[in-house]
Design a protein around this ligand. Structure first.
Ligand code: PEP
Ligand code: MG
Length: 576
């Protein structure tokens, strides 16, 4: 039995056979072909490119409207890359000069092109090397049986299997929806990657960021993957298998039992009403949020619409998407303005001439928006125009000083005036809130609370900035600690500041959706939670079993604890 560790994503445990989707370019075999076969080999390459193009087109057609716009844009971009005559020309040259097989020639060309992209200083352009690799991989998959590619197998082939793959593209993820896979493991990617988002939306467990250790896995291995703990057991012994099967059945029973809470009120034992909202990344996730009876969307991350595409969505396209999202929900939807930059590097048609040495501390979120009004103003206009189609609220990420708010309000006034002059209807009373995710804003929360209609605590970034740990660097993941005394004090300060100013405070960072922290957050005074909708019922269950006034009495002891062990013990006691 072999135990491997990565980053767990998505709930639950899966037990099944591994299927390696071979994407390792080192494994492409090289062989010499006879000189008279050169033309045939080039024709084979041509057919491979055509088949790959065709499969991309079919994919787009097959899933029609189900494909999110950003994924459709990516399919189109890949299809365009395949039309580049250089792919055929350069690979054919290698075939005819060196008499090598087409797969090897194509792969050599692909690697050269990838290196060219990787060496570009601009992070957006440099990231395009991944698209090159994916496009080459698709052609290789179309050409050879030994180089299996997702979608290269007949439908149903992966049913009941756990897919092991270097990385998944959004195009791959659409194809995977055709197969009843029960889990997946990737070499690359962090918990905030597209891959992780997919695992959550498919409600299957996954382990991402396995790095070199995926190399230990073989097709046909029996695997247990534990999405909660980030553990893979390969070829487990009977004892481990039985233990995990029992845990898995327990999780399934618990999930079924939780379903009965869907219509139950979110209220504590002592009658405190707690608002439960959801976080969504893509517009089609709103339906699931509604199904889970969320009392609204506490965070709609609009930047996902700007990803995987060459041109940024214009005002009209954004308006259409926001309108759809608002119309799907009877409850308030909090549209967060663009949080681009740092780990969410997308260009959306802009050209970056400056490379930040420390992107998380650079021109990101509201800073980037205020710096680039060509990007920001169409979004503000679209949000205001969409506001008449439902219950909208607008939220601004990463505010760190009042000057940013002053600039924002000035811009909002401009937008409102323009829209009024253009006779475009909009909700002039649209609430404007801010995310408190920078320590400066958390410390001075009283100042921000006086200026904004609501606050929302973003613990993902608040923890990153307070504890000085890069949230996407798995090497410092061990320092990520939501109950570090500094975090508890900051969270309390924000909640208290909101209370004093009469302004609602919610939390939309991952901490809000982790049942381990529900009670400490209730004790700190949090009354509005926003999370991945899949976690809503579990958190609701804890709320219904908690006495908030008693939790509050336990708070001073918690806040006075200084030793990490003491804090962990306090958390255990609070959760009993
Ligand atoms: C956060 O930082 O907690 C948050 C919710 O925003 P994001 O994860 O999108 O940065
Ligand atoms: Mg954030």
């Amino acid at each position: 039995m072999l135990a491997l560790h990565g980053t767990g994503v998505g709930a639950g445990i899966a037990v099944g056979r591994a299927r390696i989707i071979n994407r390792n370019s080192d494994k492409i075999s090289q062989y010499t072909i006879a000189q008279e076969h050169v033309n045939k080999e080039i024709e084979r390459l041509e057919r491979g490119i055509e088949t790959a193009q065709h499969s991309l087109l079919e994919l787009g057609k097959q899933f029609g409207k189900e494909i999110p716009d950003e994924v459709r844009a990516l399919l189109e971009a890949h299809s365009l890359m395949l039309k580049d005559p250089l792919i055929l020309q350069e690979s054919s040259r290698l075939i005819s000069e060196q008499w090598v097989n087409a797969e090897f020639a194509l792969n050599q060309y692909g690697m050269r092109l990838e290196r060219v992209f990787e060496q570009i200083q601009d992070p957006y352009l440099s990231s395009k090397s991944i698209d090159v690799a994916q496009v080459i991989q698709r052609v290789l998959g179309a050409m050879t049986d030994s180089q299996e590619a997702i979608g290269g197998q007949p439908e149903g082939t992966y049913d009941g299997e756990i897919i092991i793959v270097n990385d998944l593209t959004p195009a791959d993820t659409i194809e995977l929806r055709k197969h009843q896979i029960i889990g997946f493991v990737t070499k690359l990617g962090g918990p905030t990657s597209h891959t992780a988002i997919l695992a959550r939306s498919m409600k299957i467990p996954a382990i991402v960021g396995m790095h070199g250790s995926v190399g230990y896995l073989r097709t046909g291995d029996l695997l247990i993957i534990d999405g909660k703990r980030g553990v893979i057991l390969a070829n487990p012994d009977d004892q481990a298998l039985a233990a995990y099967q029992r845990r898995r059945e327990k999780i399934i029973r618990r999930t079924q039992a939780l379903e009965t809470l869907r219509d139950a009120e979110s209220v504590s034992l002592d009658g405190q009403r707690i608002m439960l909202m959801s976080n969504v990344e893509l517009p089609d996730e709103v339906s699931y949020s509604v199904k889970q009876n969320a009392e609204g969307v506490g965070l709609y991350r609009t930047e996902f619409m700007f990803m995987n595409r060459e041109q940024m969505p214009d005002e009209e396209e954004q308006l259409e998407v926001y309108k759809q999202v608002l119309e799907k929900s009877d409850c308030p939807v909090t549209i967060r303005t663009l949080d681009l930059g740092a780990d969410k590097q997308v260009d959306g048609g802009r050209s970056a001439d400056h490379q930040s040495t420390n992107p998380a501390l650079g021109l990101r979120a509201i800073r980037l928006c205020l710096h680039d009004l060509g990007l920001f103003k169409p979004q503000l206009r679209a949000i205001y125009r969409a506001s008449v189609f439902g219950k909208a609220r607008m939220m601004v990420p990463m505010i760190s000083n009042v000057e940013e708010l002053n600039q924002l309000f000035k811009l909002i006034d401009e937008v409102k005036q323009e829209l009024a002059e253009q006779k475009c209807p909009f909700d002039s009373t649209l609430q404007v809130g801010g995310m408190i995710e920078v320590p400066a804003a958390a410390i001075a929360a009283d100042i921000f609370a006086r200026k904004l209609d609501f606050l929302s605590i973003g613990t993902n970034d608040l923890i990153q900035y307070t504890l000085a740990i890069d949230r996407i660097d798995d090497e410092v993941n061990y320092l990520y600690d939501p109950i570090h005394p500094s975090i508890l004090r900051l969270v309390k300060n924000v909640i208290d500041a909101g209370f004093d100013a009469g302004v609602p405070v919610s939390m939309c960072g991952e901490m809000a959706g982790d049942p381990a922290y529900t009670r400490i957050l209730l004790a700190l005074g949090l009354r509005e939670f926003s999370m991945d909708p899949a976690r809503l019922l579990e958190v609701k269950q804890i709320i219904r079993m908690s006495d908030v006034s008693q939790l509050k009495m336990a708070l001073p002891k918690f806040m006075n604890a200084t030793e990490p062990e003491e804090l962990r013990q306090q958390l255990v006691e609070l959760n009993q």
